[in-house]
Design a protein around this ligand. Sequence first.
Ligand code: BGC
Length: 920
Amino acid sequence: MNGKIFDLNEYAAKAREAAAEGIVMLKNDGPLLPLSKDTKVAIFGRSQFHYYKSGTGSGGMVNTRYVTGILEALEAEKCFVVNPAVKAVYESWMEEHPFEVGDGWAKEPWFQEEMPLEPEFVEAASKDSDAAIIVIGRTAGEDQDNKAEEGSYLLTKTELNMISEVCKVFKHTIVLLNVGNTIDMKWVEASNPSSVLYVWQGGQEGGSGIVDVLSGKVTPSGRLTDTIARNIEDYPSTANYGDDKRNFYAEDIYVGYRYFETFAKEKVLYPFGFGMSYTSFERKLDKLVETRDKVDVLVEVTNTGEYEGKEVVQIYCEAPQGRLGKPARVLCGFAKTKILSPKESVIVKISCPKYLFSSYDDSGVTGHRYSYVLEEGSYGIYIGRDVRQAEYAGSIDIAELTMVEALKEAMAPFVSYQRMKPAAGEGGQLHVAYEEVPMGTVDPMKRRGENIPKEIAYTGDKGLKLEDVSEGRTSMEDFIAQLSDEDLCCIVRGEGMCSSKVTPGTAGAFGGVTGRLSAFGIPLGCCADGPSGIRMDSGTYAFAMPNGTCLACSFNEELLKELYEFEGMELRKNNIDTLLGPGMNLHRNPLNGRNFEYFSEDPLVTGKMAAAQLKGMDKYGVTGTIKHFVCNNQEHSRNEVEAVISERALRELYLKGFEIAVKEGGAYSIMSTYGPVNGFWTASNYDLLTTILRGEWGFEGIVMTDWWARGNEPGGPADVKNTSAMVRCQNDLFMVTTDSEKNTWQDDSMEGISGGKTARAEFQRSAMNLCGTLMRMPAFLRSRGIETELDKQLKECIEEDEKELLEMRIVKVETETEIPAEWIDTQKGKSTLLQVVLVEEDASRLSFSCRIPSAGELSQIPLSIFRDKQLLKMITLTGKDSEWRTEILDLEPAFCSTYFLKFYFGQSGMEIKDCKIEIV
Ligand code: BGC
């Protein structure tokens, strides 16, 4: 604690706590863990040296100051003695087998070649160690799904051999899974290690969190947020996953435990909610209190074991099968206790809204089509450690069919297919039957046509500023009346990546992107990836959080809120208004590459975790853009692949988490997806973005596209230029163009307004959504030059290594731009950072002359030039270079026409002149 409001050590401590709390222990025979102090451990598996802090793609690109991996943490914490001989063998093998980075976007391999183990080597190691730790590492991510192949979802032969050899020889073996999502686990039965732990990808403090659990400093309390089945084929979604064009969600609401507990218990290796502890707990129902809308379950939890620890109490509901058919169990509430000492008890109260017991009738079989209903019968309440072991605690009786909420048809499928439904067989055992999915009857575009808002008459500039709206001097409508069609077209275009108008290296700028818009006092909002920390491609450091799955497995909302308060401060400090996250898609299938960014197969866990993060960030006036709305459930063909899905599955599962984040978490920024759901690309899906999101949930905020996502006309193909189709559905922002005034993507906004495809009033509505949202963001303070006490305090927390970034200059290049010599600080140890903004994604050339005018013959002065953190060239001038010499560096075209150059001088004494960048 250094007295500062934003303390990186406190941040790290909280992240370490979260990384430890997300760890799920699946097995602990002996019990072997916790390891006693000074245990001598032999560590196998190369991932001990290359810890995966997160998965790949936009969600993993956080430039951290450090990452503490497993071996580093084990050595630093000095709890155990690491067998040096084993370590040395790995180190020398890795010299010949370096880490393979992969070449470019989404090219990082899922795994790294593992060192084959000779039995004699393992034998020798065992003689010299008390226990073995085996580390398995995996990655996957954006644009790179997992595959049911060796090296991805399955272990490789070398890895299997490593586990089996080590388990054969060592009495005590611990397998640590440094992975983004659940993987095949059949090898546990085959090799029978003593302990197995999912340690996930725990962010930059991950290794330390692991050691805390191994040493017993922290008793494991993470629980699986997914079911682990025996085979990938056992997941009901697998049969309809991975297509290029269309996936039928035939499993319907029977995702994860909803399927396995209803139909196929025997296929489960580890049930949803499962996770072991060093201690044991007893759960006793204290009271069940039913009121009109909810059931409060009060549970007395007692620590009956020998270690202190936390317990996750889970409440499941078993609804009567009724006419709709229901999963055997649905999670309706959960709570995490505080740390309980041995013998200590606590009573936790878990409120379960009846809304979560109810089902959505999309066929009308109950007589209430398009409504949430509680069918008559007895609703069993189960309290448990996990879904399988949850014990019956009582029930509530619903005497007659009760309508919980009447809604309307929205987002229905228009392609026929069959979906799963339970049918009772012998002895009442449920088995899988199928029924035709109810088809849509309403044309969403007709609905849109009937709900076009009233146009506000254009007034031209009346001198009204956005501040006049916030101060109550004018109405939002009168303010918006001043915007011309051109302004309206510009305001719905976000700019990026790496717009020079906002924090360097971030994903996008929005709002006051043109001179005219900013003259109206419309601020420039800034957004950055997300979700596990801030991505700034400029090289600015940020903090990397544990991944979404790890955080969710903690089942600890309070912890997530506290952790994301730090994130909130970090965003605010960097002038970023919204983090592009949390990621909220369900783990429909273990193979989705982005599962690491998402939380769970269950919508309640997903919604609660997102709400907790949002509340944390909100404390500091910033927010998160929840994504990807909705059904971004695979990366393969993500621009094209259509989710064909029932209204029931959408509402009970895929939309539910988002609904919780909006209603409970107060979300006011959402990102739609790249792909289509039931015929409409989500950015142009009226029912999704207007009927449900705003109409039903009362969302007041903005919707942005995913980056360069497309929209379509009913029945037509999707096009990135189709902004007017997006705006009329209230996808308010197209992300991203390089220059909104120049309309770099040549979108159809202007033709849309003038040709009547989209009403001017609809553009005005999006402009209002944007302005209203920006007024809530720190951007509004920045645009008015207001520095709050909080901002002052945060400014004081700027670290030394961030200062160069604050002084970064922007170099705009149309054809050729001179860089003034005085911009480049040539003093020893100094670096100069430039953000180069080209008009197009062209190749460019950096040239300059340099010399050391007065130096001894043996002097050496090094200059390193980096582009986007990669060393381009190191030039060392010597005493012989007293005359000017010219350096020329040819640079490849830049991603999104922006790149960062850095000059670093190892010694003083060099002079630079005629520095310029030109397009070639
Ligand atoms: C991803 C988003 C991300 C955006 C900006 C897209 O490729 O799908 O999740 O926020 O890029 O980086």
